[in-house]
Design a binder for this molecule. Sequence first.
Ligand code: PBG
Length: 430
Amino acid sequence: MATAFVNVPCNVGAIKGLESQNYVGLKPSLNQQFYCLMPKIKARPRRVFVIRASERRSESIPKMGLTDEECEAAVVAGNVPEAPPVSPKPAAPAGTPVVPSLPLNRRPRRNRKSPAMRASFQETNLSPANFVYPLFIHEGEEDTPIGAMPGCYRLGWRHGLVEEVAKARDVGVNSVVLFPKVPDALKSPTGDEAYNDNGLVPRTIRLLKDKFPDLVIYTDVALDPYSSDGHDGIVREDGVIMNDETVHQLCKQAVSQARAGADVVSPSDMMDGRVGAIRAALDAEGFQHVSIMSYTAKYASSFYGPFREALDSNPRFGDKKTYQMNPANYREALVEAHEDESEGADILLVKPGLPYLDIIRLLRDRSPLPIAAYQVSGEYSMIKAGSVLKMIDEERVMMESLMCLRRAGADIILTYFALQAARILCGENR
Ligand code: PBG
């Protein structure tokens, strides 16, 4: 954090500004690319940071015209020039009890006593580069608001989406993950639309790569948007979700996305063995460079409700408990992590985010791979709803929740707040 200070203008205004943003932990001086995206903040030459007691720096002391040697001689001779006295100890309110000070040799509050010191000792930082922006797309021309997710839309893939991506890039968010709303007529029990090279997702990837070649595109690999049963896999007559047959479909889906230009394919289906199979399928088609972000610990969570409304992807029957993990389980996340690591995953993801911070920390401590956290739709909507009801401060709760996901060990965060939070990080409150 100290570096962040060096480049801000050295006046009290800057300190005040920092106070209001100190949860942010920007490191602008270290990230040139990030700078280019923030025309409003310009790099300034290195300066020494001086904290002044008053904002006025007017009464400058007249010079005596002495040389350095004369100044030193004066001090040696006892003619010490005057400097302002130490300010008097501030008074306590009347009635404050007079007590002996506690005999403490450690007072942790010392390191929290000023905005500048708090900023110096901040352990975790948040940057737009940490965000992956999940975007809902559909075939339409208009952007349709999603009732359960205020501020989110099903974006028209040719217009609204492109505008939204441009806005995100303006504030340093250069990674997106796409979720399609597929017409019912294209859904089937085996979800074959998932690997239609001219389907909504591959078409959208091609358009985005054409407009923004350096955009990092993550895709979702799972059958639920394409399944007439609303499940992530193929459902047998007796309701069993078929594992290996589903993995076969997922491989085709991942390859189709890679062919369109996806950078990172992200299996969110929780079938066994899908990471290794997808890796092999990608490699066999020449997509060695395409990464896999595995939803390693994806829990059977009720926090996904608003998302399923957004995509109209609720399971037609039953639940997802035979493939998604039991929210009561901790050690089981390690079983999944070991498999995903050995099968060649590049990134391990934990989902949901805030209620599962212990799992994020567990994987962070046990794996050298990058960890992703997904702040899911229910988490987003709760913050929005609390804010509409004026029960919480939306912006502060949003920034705190994102910082906490980072503190728990997430390198990247998939969040519907990506654009809103990045604007704040860039000092643009629009
Ligand atoms: C399904 C998928 C889900 C989410 C992302 N991919 C929902 C589910 O498992 O039913 C949820 C994301 C969110 O709630 O924000 N493959």
